[in-house]
Design a protein around this ligand. Structure first.
Ligand code: ZN
Ligand code: ZN
Length: 356
């Protein structure tokens, strides 16, 4: 079943039409990436509405099942006409994406229709379990990311700036076939490595930990990995900290699989860190889902409630220890839960402590 068919099946149960407005959900449903337009979907029909800039590419690239339209009298008039043709009196919208201004315009222009939220929740539920094609794209993105790490180890020399490391990773991934980046590359050294999401600076790499967090995008899907290496020599305290992060990650990777509470996986890693004397130094959750968006469901977090890992979930496992003002270290792998319930680590890069 295509993504569209799965979504239409759910829509049928709700007796409604749906307006899709976010880039990620549009791409998920129609396989075409464009930044101006909407999908209007009924249980038995689907329309892609855009303008002349995208219409030719949309005709060629959009998955089967969509009718491409270029409205002459504005989007709202086109929605009104299509909703009338299909006899729909209820329209679900993307509660996490639609602006208040657009919502107000819809309300004014579609008086005969009841607007309601629910699309974000429905599509989050569908997107969380990846199919074979999606996993293949993520696997390819991670393969490129691993290759970039091997490349950067050779590239790093005395005098290289944090910015150079980030740019080289990005250039390499694009050259290897990535269509873009999964997110802004992080490459921070010395005391800045204590910032989990630090921005690469125009300064030479400092002695101590260098944390690199980066990912590629392939066929619309992201990868995500972090490696921390040492510029110069690691002292005993740094070695102990690194070993603790790695032990926390390995403990989580050992247990992760279908049927486990997402919060339980977080706890396994957190306990290792807390019991090693670094309590309170792991300030973020253990991991997140990865797909069309770099951060999506499910979350491996103490706050994940009753969310349970199932086949098709793709998640990161990324414990870290951050000593404010001193340094920090994070190690991140990308894992897919297979049909047999077992987790497969898609990240192949080495994790022993590397001194450069
Ligand atoms: Zn990352
Ligand atoms: Zn991540």
């Amino acid at each position: 079943m295509t993504h569209l068919q799965k979504f239409q099946q759910e829509l049928k149960g709700k007796g409604a039409a749906a307006l899709i407005s976010s880039h990620a959900n549009i791409f998920y449903l129609c396989g075409f990436s464009f930044h101006d337009g909407y999908l209007l979907i009924f249980p038995d029909a689907a329309y892609l509405l855009t303008d002349a800039r995208y219409s030719e590419a949309a005709e060629k690239e959009t998955d089967k099942g969509f009718t491409v339209l270029v409205p002459k009298d504005g989007m709202i008039a086109a929605f009104r006409e299509l909703l009338g043709t299909h006899g729909a009196d209820k329209l679900l919208v993307e509660e996490n994406n639609l602006t208040v201004a657009t919502f107000d315009r819809l309300k004014k222009g579609l008086e005969a229709v009841t607007l309601s939220s629910g699309v974000t929740e429905m599509l989050t539920g569908l997107r969380v379990c990846k199919d074979e094609g999606e996993i293949a794209a993520i696997r390819e993105a991670q393969r490129i990311t691993d290759a970039a790490f091997a490349h950067i180890l050779d590239f790093i020399k005395p005098g290289v700036r944090e910015l150079d490391v980030a740019l080289e990773l990005e250039y390499f991934m694009r050259r290897m076939g990535a269509s873009g980046l999964a997110f802004d590359t992080i490459a921070v050294s010395g005391s800045a490595s204590s910032l989990p999401h630090g921005v690469p600076r125009d300064c030479k790499l400092q002695e101590g930990f260098l944390t690199m967090d980066f990912g590629a995008r392939c066929k619309g899907y992201c990868s995500d990995m972090t490696r921390t290496v040492v510029i110069g020599k690691a002292d005993n305290e740094m070695k102990r900290l690194y070993r603790t992060v790695l032990a926390a990650q390995e403990a989580a990777l050992d247990v992760i699989g279908a049927g486990l509470f997402c919060s339980a996986v977080d706890k396994v890693a957190r306990d290792v860190i807390d019991k090693s004397g670094y309590e309170g130094c792991f300030g973020h959750s253990l991991g997140h889902g990865v797909g069309i968006d770099i951060h999506e469901a499910p979350r491996l977090s103490a706050k994940a409630g009753d969310a349970v890992l199932t086949a098709g979930h793709v998640v990161t496992v990324e414990p870290g220890i951050y000593l404010t003002g001193k340094y920090g270290c994070r190690i991140e792998d990308l894992v897919v839960v297979g049909a047999d319930g077992r987790a497969e680590n898609l990240t192949k890069s080495p994790k022993e402590l590397i001194e450069l």
